[in-house]
Ligand binder design. Structure first.
Ligand code: NDP
Length: 245
């Protein structure tokens, strides 16, 4: 275990798979204290147990980021477990891709609720605690889709452009709160396993299988931002496969 200079209390949303799980492993390895959240609690329980067996401080709670009550309860659990919240990693996300003309409106709403509203709920739940403590760090996981638009990804891109925009706004308005956007490209995870049109999902999975980098590469970027001194704010890291256009 290579420990950080300063051990922090870190809340991670969407820690049951992919980037969130890899980030939990990386930050636990650095000696940070973690609260993990997602809907699939059995996965969180086994990850927490594994990390605790390795000597880390890790707790978990059921979390649905589309519910403000659930997100508030998650933040309250962070305070209850550790007495403070130094870092929130707003990582939970969904990507059911389809052309707009398919009018898969329930999936548009799901992307807006999880990817955009969920990030705002996370900010709302931790900001008062961080202000009270005199500082904190919010890391929002956006995407290369927060910088470019591709067919079948218009709504997903809209949510990720939104995450980039609201992160920059929060950064401009803050003095004691650090704000970081981490924007991954194709990364190995379960993101392409759920929802969307069959054609779009197959295309995304084929691209991911050909190109995707391990989720640990994104976890390393998040850990880099988290471990900077409190007066240093890494504003954005874009991490993508070398061969991604
Ligand atoms: P995964 O599908 O592996 O992980 C997504 C995570 O989000 C899961 O832990 C899932 O947990 C959680 N989640 C989904 N809905 C909710 C909800 N309503 N409440 C709480 N948690 C929820 O994909 P990734 O690891 O790839 O995704 C992580 C982030 O990275 C996302 O924001 C995604 O947009 C972003 N990203 C990923 C890229 C990639 O290529 N993989 C590229 C660019 C960005 P559960 O289902 O248990 O609730």
């Amino acid at each position: 275990m290579t420990t950080s200079a300063e051990s922090k209390t870190v809340l991670v949303t969407g820690a049951s798979s992919g980037i969130g799980e890899a980030t939990a492993r990386r930050l636990a390895g650095l000696g940070h204290r973690l609260l993990l959240g997602a809907r699939r609690t059995a996965r969180l329980a086994s990850l927490s147990e594994e990390l605790r067996a390795g000597g880390s401080s890790v707790a978990h709670r059921e979390l649905d980021v589309t519910s403000l009550d659930s997100v508030h309860a998650f933040a309250a659990a962070g305070i209850e477990e550790y007495g403070r919240i130094d870092v929130l990693i707003n990582n939970a996300g969904v990507m059911p891709l389809s052309p707009i003309a398919d009018l898969r409106i329930a999936e548009w709403e799901q992307m807006i609720d999880v990817n955009l509203r969920g990030v705002l709920y996370g900010i709302a739940a931790v900001l008062p605690h961080m202000q009270h403590q005199g500082g904190g760090h919010i890391v929002n996981v956006a995407s290369t889709s927060g910088h470019r638009v591709d067919p079948t990804a218009a709504v997903y891109c809209a949510t990720k452009f939104g995450v980039v925009a609201l992160s920059e706004g929060l950064r401009q308005e803050s003095r004691d709160i650090r704000v970081t956007v981490v924007s991954p490209g194709f990364t190995q995870s379960e993101l392409t396993h759920h929802g969307g049109s069959a054609e779009a999902r197959a295309a995304a999975r084929a691209a991911a299988e050909q190109l995707a980098i391990p989720a640990s590469a994104i976890a390393d970027a998040i850990a880099f931002a988290v471990d900077q001194p409190m007066h240093v704010d890494v504003n954005e890291l874009i991490v993508r496969p070398a061969a991604q256009g």
